[in-house]
Design a protein around this ligand. Structure first.
Ligand code: TXA
Ligand code: MG
Length: 337
């Protein structure tokens, strides 16, 4: 199959393919999604096979506005309106209890809840509108690889396997949305993202806990997708704490290891290395935007024996960055042996 790349004046062509049951990847503010019409179970099944995704991992239903969720949702948490008004469109996925049979079990993984999100991307909102149905959209990468933040990343992983990609350049945020469970009494963060725990608490005026597995690694995550190893390039990744850079670089030199650097300019300026992916500036926002892109670039250059990646404090957006980086590094920090 030829994978077509669509520009903004071709949204109607992309929508026509989705209506026919084909798969079309779409841009969002977080990462690119692998779109299928959420109301066509046969198309949704293809999403799993194209990605190599485990079938017990439910999908996010992407909508154009809050009212579109009403057809499927059984009951809303009392804080829903406030949350939606504040954070939609945006990088926040909400889990609600759904009406029995309103969505295919292929979408929900057979759960009595489902995930909904209104992405902050005009082209994708028009695409959903023109399709006339909500779109499921897991990240548009091969399962286990870093999520795609450009149309080219999607093309690299899925060319020949999907009908099209709607191109909108590089995504702004760089990691997947926050997943907030609103199906129980206490709103709980199942996956950290750019709508941070601190921001949610400020707006809601209550404590918003993290799912147990985000605090204690041995706990089983409530979001099925969080239990899988993710974001792993083929080159091993080591996380480097601020005080350990000097030692880590010396260790690599002594052991003849070629290092690929994934760091802010502040660190990169101190160490010269053949392979490097330097974030646009020293902020956590720039690091988060560059994380998946950097892992892909360093991996594909294939010159490095090992990737050294910079760590950030585990709070605010740093919690989302570190959650993805820890998975990419299989939890490994550099420690002098
Ligand atoms: O930013 C994003 O969220 C991107 C863009 C494309 O929208 N999408 C994305 O989808 O990251 P995906 O499928 O890779 O991640 C969805 C996450 C998974 O961890 C899944 O297990 C969880 O949401 N999830 C979906 N439905 C759920 C449910 N009913 N209960 C708990 N977790 C659920
Ligand atoms: Mg994913």
């Amino acid at each position: 199959m030829e994978t077509k790349v669509f520009q903004s004046d071709q949204i109607n062509q992309a929508a026509a393919l989705l209506r026919q049951g084909e798969l079309v990847a779409f841009p969002t503010e977080t990462v690119y999604g692998l779109g299928a019409n959420a109301l066509l179970p046969e198309s949704v099944k293809q999403v799993f096979s194209v990605k190599g995704r485990p079938s017990d991992n439910p999908l996010i239903v992407h909508v154009t506005d809050f009212s579109m969720t009403k057809e499927y949702v059984e009951s809303y948490h009392p804080l829903t309106e406030k949350i939606v008004q504040h954070f939609w469109p945006g990088p926040l996925t909400l889990i609600f209890s759904i009406k029995t049979g309103s969505l295919s079990p292929v979408v929900t993984g057979g759960l009595s809840t489902a995930a909904f999100r209104m992405p902050d991307n005009k082209k994708t909102l028009s695409l959903i509108e023109e399709t006339g149905a909500p779109l499921v959209g897991p990240s548009a990468n091969t399962s286990g690889k870093p999520s795609p933040t450009t149309a080219l990343h999607v093309y690299h992983d899925l060319k020949g396997k999907i009908a099209g990609i709607l191109d909108d350049g590089a995504t702004q945020i760089g990691v997947e949305s926050t997943v907030l469970d609103l199906s129980g009494e206490v709103p709980t963060i199942l996956r950290p993202g750019a709508v941070t725990k601190e921001k949610l608490e400020e707006v809601l005026g209550i404590e918003v806990p993290l799912d147990k597995h985000l605090v204690t690694e041995s706990e089983t995550p409530k979001a099925p997708g969080m239990k899988y190893k993710h974001y792993s390039p083929d080159t091993p990744v080591l996380m480097i704490k601020p005080a350990d850079w000097k030692q880590a670089i010396a260790w690599a030199e002594m052991n003849n290891k070629k290092v690929g650097l994934l760091t802010t300019p502040k660190i990169a300026d101190q160490y010269r290395s053949a392979d490097r992916f330097v974030f646009a500036d020293d902020t956590i926002e720039a690091a988060t935007r560059g994380l998946f892109s950097g892992l892909r670039a360093l991996d594909e250059a294939q010159k490095a024996d090992i990737i050294f990646a910079e760590v950030f404090p585990d709070d605010h957006l740093g919690l989302a960055y570190m959650n993805r980086l820890k998975k990419a590094a299989a939890q490994n920090y550099f420690a002098e042996k």
